[in-house]
Write a protein that binds this ligand. Structure first.
Ligand code: TYD
Length: 204
């Protein structure tokens, strides 16, 4: 039997509801009889923890250095968490992945092909979802817990990159402007459809 699991990532602007939705998705998949695991970037590894402190601190390093740090963290994330879980046949739901680097560091002027290149070792997700919410709306929601990435101009550019990736077929867009429950239903249905095409993994 093929023990390889199924790898999903959820992308979106900060405040788009992706963390909540990724967690609900794991619960819903578990209810359906799948073994599912929630994970996130920045990860819980050494570099991930360093990045979290950086994001909530003062000042910035260059976007090139940011992209390299996120790529380093991603390497740890894939090798320590994602790959082992997939090898056990689990569904992995990652809250952010390589598309966040393309969107955020890409929005700050870094060449997307170079970002792809430094992330060349990463696993391609089986399904990558973009929860689309207008930057004006997310900024209202996250007014209290800002990081250094969160001004309107940046968020607009980040969304533009995400939408280009949707156009190119790398990300599947879902409309985030609805209730938490409706959005969760839509995301679950997109995932179950994708899982149906992937015959090696079945609910128990
Ligand atoms: P976020 O999902 O907001 O983490 P938390 O819920 O812990 O606050 O992600 C943190 C920030 O990192 C977010 O503003 C996007 C940014 N980011 C990048 O710029 N590039 C990346 O590759 C990743 C993974 C995140």
């Amino acid at each position: 039997m093929n023990k390889r699991g199924f790898f999903i990532c959820i992308e979106g602007l900060d405040g788009s509801g992706k963390t909540t939705q990724a967690k609900i998705l794991v619960k819903n998949l578990t209810k359906q009889g799948y073994e599912a695991l929630y994970t996130a970037e920045p990860s819980n590894g050494k570099i991930g923890k360093f990045i979290r402190r950086y994001l909530h601190g003062e000042g910035r390093v260059s976007s090139v250095v940011e992209a390299l740090l996120f790529a380093a963290d991603r390497f740890e994330h894939v090798s320590e968490e994602i790959s082992p879980a997939l090898a056990e046949g689990k569904i992995v739901v990652s809250d952010r992945y390589v598309y966040s680097s393309m969107a955020y560091q890409g929005a700050s002027g870094i060449n997307i092909d170079w970002i792809r290149m430094i992330n060349g070792y990463v696993l391609k997700p089986d399904l990558a979802i973009f929860i689309d919410v207008e930057p004006e709306v997310v900024l209202q929601r996250i007014r209290r817990k800002k990081t250094i990435m969160e001004d309107l101009k940046t968020q607009r550019m980040v969304r533009e990159v995400y939408l280009k990736l949707v156009e190119g077929g790398e990300l599947k867009r879902v409309d985030g402007n609805r209730t938490r429950a409706d959005l969760a239903k839509e995301i679950l249905s997109v995932c179950l459809d994708a899982l149906k095409m992937h015959h090696s993994i079945m609910p128990s």
